[in-house]
Design a protein around this ligand. Sequence first.
Ligand code: DGJ
Length: 398
Amino acid sequence: MNRLLSLAIMFLMVSNLMAQEPEAQNRPNRPRARRSMVPTPSYPATADADGNHVNAHGGCIIAYNGEWLWYGEARPRFGFTSEGVSLYTAPIGTQPISASDSLAATPLDLKWKYRGLVLTVVDEAGSPIERGCIIERPKVLYNERTRQFVMLFHSELKGRGYEAAQTGFATSESPYGPFRLHHVQRPNPGRWPADFSDEDIKRAKALNPSDYPEWWTPTWRTAVEQGLLLAKDFESGQMSRDMTVYVDDDGTAWHIYSSEENLTLQAAELTPDYLGYTGRYYRIAPGGQNEAPCLLKHGDTYWLICSGCTGWTPNEARMFSAKSIQGPWTQHPSPMQGPGAKRTFEAQGTWIWTQPSPTADSPTLYFMADVWMPRSLALSRHLCLSITFEGDLPVIRK
Ligand code: DGJ
């Protein structure tokens, strides 16, 4: 009886493993067979040139020397740790591979070539990127002054869950890597937000977490807005989790990240070499609980598209606009429209992919997003939707 039971368990485990193979059978034109307890993903896989699902999540796509470079989280088949950052490339200007009669090709259906891991976790005990760590949402910038490629990412230490909440900085002479870890840190220790008045600082300094043992009460919320959690991390540096980067028209690079226990976003100015912070930072939507920030500029307006904070589960997107990254930011309804909009089409944003448009003056903008599959993060799907402007407001439909 015991033997039968173990055989049955083994069979279930093996069929579960088989169903999660991201091999050629998962190409967009072949819907996956329903073979096991693993939920059928709501989107087809993104096949690379070898027919494997693209294992690059929470990433970014930048242009370099006639190629698109797609950097993203390389996730293991099982578990929540990281393998590093992977790179896929595709020539700019080529047409998406047509998917099938029933599935329209998206800009993501290019012939992506896997170029390997450009940042890898290491076996050195105590390294911030020791195997078992978490590396999320890598973003890559080219720094013209230093002629270096700089990667920023959300860095969590081995065995410590999401408590470290640091930014990792890595550099490479070449966009194809290898990127070497420069350092990890929390942004702006010992600094108050640039727009905090003396009065704001005095009030924040007086806030004491032990006076607010219960979270989510109206008084706690007011204290958070006034800087309760900001003040808590004043000495050690601000927490930094979900993130994006943006280089402004004047060349200033900004790091925008979920801070203050994911309650408040912050926009921090990077030093000219992109390897640290100048000390100037601003809060966005204090107490608003926003994650997954994606930033674009249209005309003279900056648009920030975010998600709410529900872990790997989809939620309704949020949107803010401002005339300057320093704010003030105004909230708008979600830009998602049509069926599925309330749950961001099951996805969570990661990047605004800017593509030159041969016909229009302004580039075509795409909202890139991850359809997370926490039971196998490596298999998380990708969504790429064009952003249009209707009456000056960004609109995203599926
Ligand atoms: C949502 C974030 O957007 C993801 O990057 C990841 O950190 C998950 N939370 C972890 O639960």
